[in-house]
Ligand binder design. Structure first.
Ligand SMILES: [Zn+2]
Length: 199
């Protein structure tokens, strides 16, 4: 860990000191946050990112709900639902669902994995600056939690008309939601202090 800390807002330089649990270091000049106590190290974060990718794959392969109507059982996966919406004349909704539930979390997890893979070895990943920016802008576009809650509410409501049961996919999305929440609380800024080039 470098001995000096630079405020990214006003470029004031500080001597770094170890932070205790829950402590946040702030810039004395502009009050911007410099650093906060880091609970997880890069190895743990990388393991968590890989676990999240596995869960993400399962959430997309496994059906989300099963509809029982008369004697028929119909299971729907996320992509099955997106394609059905597209065919039924809701291309905009289909694209929005695909962006917020598939592409945004997938890209986010892959970028995190990429950055952490190199951070473990004490250096910045190729394309570091762009990856950090992309993560910053992608954050609000991942809406697994809205989706999980929405589906569960829909299941409860549809239960009046159909025989609806939640499937493994929705629980996988629930787990993904928890993992993504953990990541959104992790401070990635210490990675700016990593050196470029091979360590
Ligand atoms: Zn400052």
């Amino acid at each position: 860990m470098p001995a000096l800390l630079v405020c990214h807002h006003c470029d004031t330089v500080y001597r770094r000191r170890a932070l205790a649990r829950g402590e946040v270091a702030r810039c004395r000049r502009c009050n911007a946050e410099l650093e906060r106590y880091q609970r997880l190290n890069e190895d743990a974060l990388l393991a968590l990112a890989l676990a999240a990718i596995v869960v993400f794959v399962q959430a997309n392969i496994w059906p989300i709900v099963t509809l029982g109507l008369n004697d028929q059982q119909v299971s729907a996966t996320l992509w099955g639902t997106i394609l059905a919406m597209w065919r039924d004349g809701f291309p905009l909704v289909a694209m929005l669902v695909a962006a917020t539930l598939f592409f945004s979390p997938l890209l986010q997890l892959m970028l995190l994995g990429w950055l952490l893979w190199f951070a473990r070895r004490g250096r910045r990943a190729p394309g570091f600056r762009r990856a950090m920016l992309a993560l910053h802008y992608l954050g609000p576009w991942t809406m697994s939690e809205v989706f999980v809650i929405g589906v569960l509410v829909a299941i409860v409501k549809a239960h009046v008309y159909f025989d609806v049961t939640p499937d493994a996919g929705i629980w996988a999305y629930g787990a993904l939601m928890l993992l993504i929440t953990v990541f959104s609380g992790v401070d990635l800024r210490p990675m700016w202090d990593l050196g470029e080039g091979p360590a």
